[in-house]
Design a protein around this ligand. Structure first.
Ligand code: NAD
Length: 420
């Protein structure tokens, strides 16, 4: 049976980078394996009186550089291998960002769209109680991910407060502003993706006003990335979501479309019409000839089956793991610049870190302060990854992994008293 493609890709990228470093095999094995894996059974009394039992996970991949940090995902497809892969990505992402966190990820196998608000609250509170001290402000700090939001984060924080956890609100990030959320967290990931895309275009000697962009996925990450790139003067020629894809050669009206989606009952692109806008297929959007393609929907969208057809000059990974390891090699051979997820979408965890720092000090930074810290941190992370790539003559993905693994290995060497 074939394993989880995301876990395979993450493991292969790790091994490929590690092979370029002079680390002991034992240390490589230790850094590549999760420190702890928790699987729980969560009983919930449903609205109709039935007892339903859910499977929940938290994989704590590394705490070498600080408390565990990573999102919590609610989805019918959640399974342990996927959570393992996403937890490892968080370790490398936090190390690329150089923020003092390790990596973790959680998930509950459920269909949140079919559950009432009361059922979701009971599920979230039961998960939090069963995780006990495994979640907390100095130990492991969840955040929103696919199908989880501010409301779910506030239930977790409230459950921690009821249990007597000191500084309970710092147990999660991505909270509503009134309950200790950070200004700028909502747009942070997309803003970071846009900054990285603009950095890549600049490196290629291109002017944003002459550039065309396609964005797959118009949710929390994709719609903000499209907005900031549109604001920077780029032409967003195509976008898509689960309901379909649209294109306009002269560029789409991104502010108008964001407003349409916000007010549309389904919060989807379906039904959007405007002069010059035509529908295309979800597959077509990936193979358009554009300056940058931003996959910001799901994992494993660019595979060995379609990588040969990609005509974008650059792929900027807004989503986690949108390109499989095989596809990545094909794109590298074709000369496509691939900016990896662990750099491109790092803005989310950066502002989560800012939120946690504000909570621990009972401060509220201004929106401008958050954005300027984010911009500076993104620029620094890009400079560092590009420098490793230039010095070693390797892809940006390998460079980002090398930078991250070296930082985690350095922490391990000191903490384990071994030679890295
Ligand atoms: P979201 O649920 O807000 O948005 C996902 C979007 O993808 C939606 O527009 C959905 O309609 C669309 N989509 C789903 N299936 C599709 C398909 N087959 N074709 C085209 N579009 C499709 O989720 P999000 O928070 O924007 O996350 C997107 C990705 O970014 C995920 O991989 C997530 O792990 C990653 N990510 C998110 C954050 C964050 O802060 N939200 C941070 C880092 C990484």
């Amino acid at each position: 049976m074939k394993g989880n493609p995301l876990l395979e890709s993450v493991n292969l990228a790790y091994r490929s980078a590690v092979s370029k470093l002079n680390l002991s095999p034992d240390l490589c094995a230790a850094l590549g394996s999760p420190e702890r894996e928790i699987a729980i059974t969560i009983p919930v009394t449903m609205d109709d009186g039935r007892l339903e039992v859910f499977r929940g996970y938290r994989v704590q991949h590394s705490s070498l550089r600080g408390p565990y940090k990573g999102g919590l995902r609610y989805d019918a497809c959640v399974e342990l291998d996927e959570v393992r892969a996403l937890a490892a990505l968080m370790t490398w992402k936090c190390a690329v960002a150089n923020i003092p966190y390790g990596g973790a990820k959680g998930g509950i196998c459920c269909d949140p769209k079919s559950m009432s608000s009361r059922e979701l609250e009971a599920l979230t509170r039961n998960y939090t109680r069963m995780m006990g001290s495994m979640i907390g402000p100095q130990f492991d700090i969840p955040a929103p991910d696919v199908n989880t939001d501010e409301r779910i984060m506030s239930w977790i924080a409230d459950e921690k407060a009821r249990g007597g956890t000191p500084w309970a609100r710092a147990s999660v990030t991505g909270k509503p502003i009134i309950l200790g959320g950070s200004l700028g967290r909502r747009e942070a990931t997309g803003r970071g993706v846009a900054s990285v895309a603009l950095y890549a275009l600049r490196k290629a000697g291109k002017n944003p006003a002459d550039c065309t962009i396609a964005v797959q996925g118009f949710g929390k990450v994709g719609s903000w990335a499209a907005k900031f790139l549109h604001d920077a003067g780029c032409k967003i020629v195509a976008i898509s979501d689960v309901s379909g894809a649209i294109m306009r050669d002269g560029g789409l009206d991104i502010p108008g479309i964001r407003e349409y989606v916000a007010n549309n009952r389904s919060h989807l692109l379906e039904g959007y019409e405007s002069q010059g806008v035509r529908p295309i297929t979800g597959d077509e959007i990936l193979t358009l000839k554009v300056d940058a393609l931003i996959p910001a929907a799901l994992e494993a969208q660019i595979t060995s089956a379609n990588a040969g057809d990609i005509r974008a000059a650059a792929v900027v990974e807004g989503a986690n793991g949108p390109t499989t390891f095989e596809a990545d090699s094909i794109l590298n051979e074709k000369g496509v610049t691939v900016v990896p997820d662990i750099l491109a979408n790092v803005g989310g965890v950066m502002v989560s870190y800012f939120e946690w720092v504000q909570n621990l000090q009972s401060l509220q930074w201004s929106f401008e302060d958050v954005m300027s810290r984010l911009e500076q941190s993104m620029e620094r992370a890009c400079d560092e990854v590009w420098a490793v790539s230039d010095n070693r003559g390797c892809s940006l993905r390998t460079a980002a992994y090398i930078l991250a693994i070296k930082r985690v290995a350095e922490a391990a060497a000191i903490r384990y008293s071994v030679t890295a």
